[in-house]
Design a protein around this ligand. Structure first.
Ligand code: GLN
Length: 286
């Protein structure tokens, strides 16, 4: 069959199965199977696809139709300018998290001296690796409590040639961080979904992505409580703590940071106008 015929067949199937982006999903999966960029397809809609590839493509469309996220099917997800390998051990990097990285880049891009940072719950390594990619003079400790996730992050670091700037370490928040270590930045996209919101997650999230990376306790605040309490001890005088947060957690996280001694705290919205990032400064006048 021709590529376009297969894409139409797949789009129809995914539409019936409630994908929000059926044509896009089909094209991404097709491009993956023929080993090209999605843009390649436009000029090759009339090419015949061999029967073996056709069969594999259809199998993967079946997986997608059952709800599996495209990124777990192809094993890759783009994050900013980076292509990250992902599997079921890590949360799929979201565009939401790009807001967090961009907020940090904004604050640190003019800093001349070396920046020391720690990324807590690094997962695929998205945040740590993006910071390593965009900041010249940076040294990042990427930690995760999950061995498989950490292995993924490490692999991504090696593949992208960023491993000289990032160290990977198994750690439950700060548990394995040396006493007396000081950072300019503590960053985290911790699990923050509350108990009631867990029930509302889309089926392709809850059925496939690691609950461990999503569930943040009854109110979704467990990790903010832990990290915010410990962070000041590990931050330099002018250090920064930056989080991704859930839609209704901005004010709560801001109050928490103020309680633990941060001199000023800002809430930043994403493109949809939803509170998405909270950033706290140890010293006033940042
Ligand atoms: N943004 C993710 C979601 O809504 C949650 C990420 C997290 O808990 N850190 O699926």
């Amino acid at each position: 069959m021709k590529i376009n015929e297969l894409l139409m067949e797949a789009t129809l199937k995914l539409k019936e199965n409630k994908s929000d982006t059926p044509r896009l999903d089909a094209e991404v999966i097709m491009a993956f199977h023929i080993g090209k960029e999605r843009s390649y397809l436009i000029m090759h809609f009339n090419d015949e696809l061999d029967s073996k590839t056709t069969e594999k493509f259809r199998e993967d469309i079946e997986r997608r139709a059952l709800g599996e996220p495209v990124a777990y099917i192809t094993g890759y997800k783009g994050f900013m300018d980076l292509m990250l390998q992902v599997d079921k051990s890590v949360l799929i990097p979201r565009p939401d998290t790009e807001v967090l990285v961009e907020t940090i880049l904004e604050r640190f891009k003019s800093k001349q001296s070396k920046i020391k940072a720690i990324d807590i719950g690094t997962g695929s390594g998205a945040i740590a690796l993006a910071l390593a990619y965009y900041l010249e003079n940076v040294e990042i400790l990427a930690v995760d409590i999950d061995r498989d996730a950490l292995e993924k992050a490490r692999m991504n670091g090696c593949r992208l040639g960023l491993d000289h700037k990032v160290e990977f370490q198994l750690s439950d928040c700060f548990s394995a961080v040396e006493e007396g270590a000081k950072f300019d930045l503590v960053v985290s996209n911790p699990p923050y979904i509350s108990k009631k919101d867990m029930d509302m997650l889309a089926r392709n999230v809850i059925g496939y992505e690691p609950v461990m990376a999503l569930y943040g306790g009854l109110e979704g605040m467990d990790f903010y409580n832990r990290i915010t309490k410990e962070a000041p001890r590990y931050l330099n005088e002018k250090g920064i703590l930056a989080y991704e947060i859930g839609y209704d957690q901005g004010q709560k996280v801001k109050t928490l940071m103020e309680k633990h001694g941060f001199a000023s705290v800002e809430i930043i919205k994403d493109l949809a106008g939803i509170d998405r990032v909270v950033i706290g400064f140890m010293a006033a006048g940042n």
